[in-house]
Design a protein around this ligand. Structure first.
Ligand SMILES: [Zn+2]
Length: 398
């Protein structure tokens, strides 16, 4: 078999990935330093700033408190919070978010735009990049405000808030994937795959795999990136097979079928053990937050005077960061095993190892995958086995 890359291509791929590996090594330390800076130095200035801003806004827009619909919203928020001050809480959370975003923005622009363009991986125009970044920030700010109101609002009013919040959130988490087909449409245009041989082949493949689906759609990701991508979104009646427009351009129908077969392997995974485990983990995490909030209130950390004071928020972020960083290597082990299994499933379903191999080779070339990344980077949280390993597992074609 011809080598995956020429020596020149391999050198380019290694050069492209090196900054990512360096970031992988230093970013946990930088994150810890950022938390130390916020918790140790910036917390009180941010809090006083949020108080000042909230006071100014409520004075400036005092009329809105009596406006028809807003009046109801404002009084509901006052009631939920138990006292005025939810405005300060939201602004404080937004200040912390904004500070972290600004601090990381040089690195984010370098990795998301500069490096991608330097290695020909990106089709972003500066305008579209700015627009997508702005969309992401707006989503994050909304989620952050809702989290503050939901978590802190509830914690202030209900003794076992972690159960009251945890159980419905866990249920919501179980059902959230039903909405998956609609999420990526915030960023990309989609259209149904046109009628024709490719649609027929995928449809008959899915019939053999016994995977029902709603539609096959083509996502126009080429406005942003040059990478190949296919995924299944949703579940049951909302399941949608999504191929990006680059796949249709770069892969033959056999190779696209091989990629879809891999994705269909994921449908047959037993998802309930993982889902139930993550539901319990979520409730346990909220319980740990409850203990931390009680400790902070008892000791008067950060000048807090009561339980669930918003000034504990950066501490909760730190706790979440530690939990995610430490659990990533463990969940990645399971993820890589699921990927190996999906590869085996696809090979069994299509009985076409040659097309499967060509699909992996093209994916590796187009997406500039490192065939042999450093072992520690894989262990730290790679969701897929390295492409070299996946290729080696494909049986040779006679
Ligand atoms: Zn997969």
């Amino acid at each position: 078999m011809e080598p995956l890359f020429t020596p020149e291509q391999l050198a380019e791929i290694k050069a492209y990935h090196l900054p990512h590996y360096i970031r992988g090594a230093v970013s946990p330390l930088i994150s810890l330093g950022t938390f130390a800076l916020i918790i140790g130095v910036l917390l009180q200035p941010f809090y006083r700033g949020a108080q000042g801003c909230a006071a100014w806004l409520s004075h400036r827009f005092a009329r809105l408190r009596t406006a028809p619909v807003l009046r109801v919203v404002v009084s509901a928020l006052d009631k939920m919070w138990g006292e005025p001050g939810w405005g300060t809480a939201i602004l404080f959370a937004l200040f912390v978010d904004l500070f972290i975003e600004l601090l990381y923005s040089p690195a984010n622009i370098y990795f998301g735009y500069v490096l991608e363009h330097r290695y020909g991986m990106s089709n972003y125009t500066p305008l579209r990049y700015a627009l997508d970044t702005f969309k992401g920030l707006a989503l994050e700010a909304t989620a952050s405000s809702m989290l503050v109101l939901g978590l802190y609002g509830l914690a202030r009013r209900v003794k076992r808030w972690w159960l009251v919040l945890g159980v419905p959130s866990a249920l919501l988490l179980l059902g959230a994937s039903v909405l998956d087909p609609y999420r990526s449409q915030i960023y990309f245009q989609q259209a149904p795959l046109e009628q024709g041989p490719l649609r027929e082949r995928i449809t008959s493949l899915m019939a053999r795999a016994e995977v029902p689906f709603q539609d096959i759609r083509v996502e126009k990701t080429s406005v942003e990136s040059k990478r190949l991508q296919a995924y299944f979104a949703g579940m049951g009646p909302t399941r949608t097979i999504v191929l990006n427009d680059i796949m249709l351009r770069e892969l033959t129908p056999e190779e696209i079928v091989a990629a879809v077969a891999h994705e269909s392997g994921h449908v047959h995974e037993s998802k309930w053990p993982g889902r139930i485990a993550s539901s319990f983990a979520l409730v346990a995490f909220l319980f740990a937050i409850d203990r931390l909030l009680r400790l902070a209130a008892a000791r008067g950390w950060f000048g807090t005077t009561r339980f669930a004071d918003i000034r504990t928020l950066p501490l909760l972020w730190l706790l979440a960061f530690l939990v995610f960083t430490l659990s990533a290597p463990v969940s990645a082990v399971f993820s890589r095993e699921r990927e190996r299994e999906a590869d085996r499933y696809a090979l069994h379903l299509t009985q076409d190892p040659a097309a499967f191999r060509r699909m992996l080779v093209k994916a590796a070339r187009v997406n500039k995958m490192d065939p042999e990344p450093p072992r520690w980077i894989v262990l730290k949280g790679y969701s897929h086995p390295p492409i070299g390993e996946r290729l080696a597992a494909v049986p040779p074609t006679p």
